[in-house]
Design a protein around this ligand. Structure first.
Ligand SMILES: Nc1ncnc2c1ncn2[C@@H]1O[C@H](COP(=O)(O)OP(=O)(O)O)[C@@H](O)[C@H]1O
Ligand SMILES: Nc1ccn([C@H]2C[C@H](O)[C@@H](COP(=O)(O)OP(=O)(O)O)O2)c(=O)n1
Length: 233
């Protein structure tokens, strides 16, 4: 591997759906003034573009072509990161259930993953990057000095999703959510290319029953130890 020690540092946060990756990644990026990569959004954008074009979701060549040619941008709007597809704000659309399902299918395709690899690496910039996903520490940024693998029990992750949906006025049964979470875990962990797994040098954190701020403090401590930076607050 080439020498990457001069590149800006990356903090990778990988783990299953609902473990709190997005929440912790955002808080860390704010605290450290680092850039943020929500890699799941790239798979969601690919899925949305494919659905909108009426593409066959099992046709890897077409899906790879779509991923390679995505016209996407992330912009800060009202304090939130907005995802733009061909200039259109699709932040809401990419969170729809049918897009989540399609995203987990397209994410299993090696061609799609390869097409999105360099785009993800391009997010690396000074003074540093926080990258959230499934394979940030294993495949995309294997040289990252800080790697976290965040977990929580499936039951707790289903309860968190239920609360999140309830807040949006959507009511779903906990049992259905738990089933969905288990199905997605199985698909993410059992695919051949870049399956969900901790990097050998990742620190595993179980956030079951642990408050968000407490998880954040643990990760900040790790950042201080590994790259010697922190911001007060
Ligand atoms: N440690 C925690 N304790 C309780 N709720 C949490 C914790 N971490 C995250 N959450 C909540 O769980 C939900 C899912 O978190 P999110 O960051 O979107 O997970 P992921 O990105 O891993 O799918 C959000 O509503 C978030 O506020
Ligand atoms: N680096 C990544 C990020 C996401 N994925 C997959 C996993 C999921 O099925 C989809 C969407 O990921 P996302 O992190 O947005 O999903 P959750 O919010 O955790 O439910 O993409 C991936 O395979 N590799």
């Amino acid at each position: 591997m080439s020498d990457t020690s001069e590149l800006p540092p990356v903090i990778t946060i990988d783990g299953p759906s609902g473990s709190g990756k997005g929440t912790i990644a955002r808080l860390l990026a704010d605290r450290l003034n680092f850039a943020l990569l929500d890699s799941g959004a790239l798979y969601r954008l690919t899925a949305l573009a494919a659905l909108e074009q009426g593409a066959d979701l099992t046709d890897e060549a077409t899906l790879t072509e779509i991923a390679a040619n995505l016209d996407i941008r992330f912009e800060l709007r009202d304090g939130e990161v907005a995802a733009l597809l061909a200039g259109r704000d699709v932040s809401h659309d990419i969170r729809m259930e049918r897009v989540s399902m399609a995203a987990s299918k397209v994410a299993a395709m090696p061609g799609v993953r390869a097409a999105l690899l360099q785009r993800q690496r391009d997010f690396r910039q000074a003074p540093g990057l926080v990258a959230d996903g499934r394979d940030m520490g294993t495949t995309v940024f294997p040289d990252a000095p800080v790697k976290v693998f965040l977990t929580a029990s499936a039951e707790e992750r289903a309860r968190r999703r239920e609360a999140q949906l309830r807040e949006k006025g959507v009511s779903v049964s906990l049992r259905d959510l738990l089933e969905d979470i288990r199905a997605r875990d199985a698909r993410d962990m059992n695919r051949e290319t870049s399956p969900l797994a901790p990097a050998k040098d990742a620190v595993e954190l179980d956030s079951t029953g642990v408050a968000i701020d407490s998880v954040l403090q643990t990760v900040l401590q790790l950042v201080r130890e590994r790259i010697g930076i922190s911001r007060p607050g």
